[in-house]
Every structure is written in C-alpha cells, then in structure tokens.
Design a protein around this ligand. Structure first.
Ligand code: A3P
Ligand SMILES: CCc1ccc(OS(=O)(=O)O)cc1
Length: 293
C-alpha cells in the first residue's frame, strides 16, 4: 500500500480516496468473507452509485421504501473499501448490500467464485468527466482542478479515485464470466426507470408487487432524491466527507449531452482519440447524445 499521496492511496495499482479508505479492511480484502446473498453495486465514480444505492435500499428494506425508517442510504449500502458510514459491514445481518468502486481484479475471492450478485452501472464517460470535475472541486477529500483542462489530464492519466475510467469498465466487462453480474447503463435507467427497477429486482430474485414497484420508482426519481435527506448525501457531505465549497452536490443532474456545454471542440476531439485507442472493439454501447435516447 503506497500512502504517499495526500489525496490518493495507491492500493495494488488502483487509486482510492485516501481520506476515507478503510485500510484495515483493504489489508484482508482478498479473504473478505462473502455470503451467497451479498449484493454489490459496482461503479466507476460519478456513474450513478447513489442512485443505485437508493434503488437497492428500497427493494430490500420495506422501511426505506415506505419511509417508515430513517436510515441514511449510505448505511444501508455502505462502501466496501471506504470507512464512511456508521455500521460495521462484517456484522450486518443478511442480506448485506455493498457499494464499491474497486476494479475487477481487487474483488474478494468469494465474489470471483460467484458467491454474490453484482450490479455494474456504466455511464457515458464524457458526462462522467464533467460530473467528476465539478464533484472534485466540491468535495474536500478529492484533488481540485484549476479548470476542466487540468482535470482532463488527471482523468486520462488515471490519477483520480477509481483510476482510469476505461480500464474500470473494460476490466469488469472482459472478466464478466468470473462473476454473477448484471450490466446496467445509466442513460437507459434515465430513459425508463421503471423497467430498470424491474430488471434489477428480477436479477436479484426479489419479488415485488405492483405497489412496491411504484414505491421503489418513486423513491428513486431524481426529484425525490434531490430533496430527501436520507438519499441526497447532504448530511454526510457536511459532517463526514467535507465540503470545499457550498456549491455543488451529489445530484446536479446533467442532461445526457451536457458535456457539449463544457468541452471545447479540441478537448472533445482529444477525448474521442483517447476513447478510440482505449475502447477499440469494446462491445457495450454508450449514449452520448439526447437524440440517441
Ligand atoms: N435519481 C437519479 N436520477 C438521475 N441521475 C441521478 C440520480 N441520482 C443520482 N444521479 C446522478 O448520478 C451522478 C452521481 O453519481 P455517483 O453517485 O456515482 O457519484 C450525478 O450526475 P451529475 O453530476 O452529472 O448530475 C447525479 O445527478
Ligand atoms: C464513502 C462515501 C464516498 C467516498 C468517496 C467518494 O468519492 S469518489 O466517488 O470515490 O470519487 C464518494 C463517496
């Protein structure tokens, strides 16, 4: 484990947010005991993690779905590799739900033996870049960038939490046969949230009646999450993670083609060149534009 960077912790070639890394757990990550009914949301940062956390919490916990229990989403679906959250992951009763930004090669052995279910959410990487730039300037524990050009350099060098975006998605996809994994596209979830909830609950083998489905969808709409203190991370940002500025949040909601308002023609062309070289022949499609929706 390389502890030298202020913001980034280099763990076996992968960068995590240093300030909140759960170093005790990381030491024994490979042998982290997996249960058959464990569920993991795996994402590259800014791909819809807290959205998926909200969907899973509502599918599994009636009290979350019906708003009769006040549990922070992060406590219901804590990060495996981060210490934030108040509950000890190991001691939680089944079924345990986890979030993670880890790359495929760091997954615990039990997950590689298909002893748990994984939902992997991927997103148009130009919007990831824009979302990540604003987020890094807002969250105190991440390295801020002077401007988008400055952030692009860090992003393409993989010197950000999550390392290189393209390696992340490629790695999980190319090793998909080692895992019990469902791939979901962020833009498709936006297009049809109800179908996405049904697809997820079916993969998880969780039976929901019509009323439950409606309740899960309602909890997971952007409009609900933005103003729901259990789901919008505002308290966690304020008290645990730390803000650098009052501007920005986990829920900014960029439209699918929003990157066009932030990247210059030259930056976009550079992005395309790097994307082509890194993602050549990659079979999953990405939606770059609203018209493609
Ligand atoms: N209910 C929801 N519907 C649509 N997008 C959502 C959402 N909840 C979160 N998001 C988006 O997911 C991104 C955050 O991802 P993560 O949770 O992985 O950090 C943010 O993107 P933007 O910053 O582009 O708005 C946020 O708006
Ligand atoms: C524990 C919650 C947490 C920690 C770090 C985050 O930043 S990033 O997504 O890894 O860039 C977000 C949430």
């Amino acid at each position: 484990m390389d502890n030298t960077d202020t913001y980034l912790l280099n763990f076996k070639g992968y960068y995590l947010a240093h300030f909140t890394a759960n170093t005790d757990l990381l030491k024994n990550l490979d042998d982290f005991e997996i249960r058959d009914d464990d569920v993991f949301i795996v994402t590259y940062p800014k791909s819809g993690t807290i959205w998926a956390q909200q969907i899973l919490s509502s599918i599994y916990f009636e009290g979350h779905r019906n708003k009769t229990e006040m549990v922070e989403t992060l406590d219901g679906v804590p990060f495996l590799e981060y210490a934030a959250g108040k509950i000890d992951q190991l001691k939680r009763p089944s079924p345990r739900l986890f979030s993670s930004h880890l790359p495929y090669y760091l997954a615990p052995k039990g997950v590689k033996n298909k002893r748990a279910k994984i939902i992997y959410i991927y997103r148009n990487p130009k919007n990831i870049l824009v979302s990540y730039f604003h987020f890094s300037n807002m969250m105190a524990g991440l390295q801020a960038a002077d401007d988008i050009e400055d952030f692009m350099k860090m992003f393409f060098d993989g010197k950000v939490t999550g390392s290189l975006c393209f390696d992340h998605i490629r790695g999980w996809y190319e090793h998909r046969h080692d895992f019990n994994i469902l791939f979901m596209m962020y833009e498709e979830m936006r297009k049809d949230l109800r179908s996405s909830v049904l697809k997820i609950s079916s993969f998880l083998e969780r039976q929901l009646n019509e009323e439950d489905v409606e309740a899960v969808v309602k909890q997971a709409t952007f409009e609900n999450m933005k103003f729901d203190p259990q789901a919008n991370y505002e308290q966690i940002l304020k008290h645990d993670l730390g803000r650098r500025t009052d501007e920005g949040s986990f829920l900014a909601q960029r439209c699918v083609g929003d990157w066009k308002h932030h990247l210059t023609v030259e930056q976009n062309e550079r992005f395309d060149r790097i994307f082509q070289s890194k993602m050549k022949d990659f079979p999953l499609k990405f939606i770059w534009d609203l018209n493609e929706e």
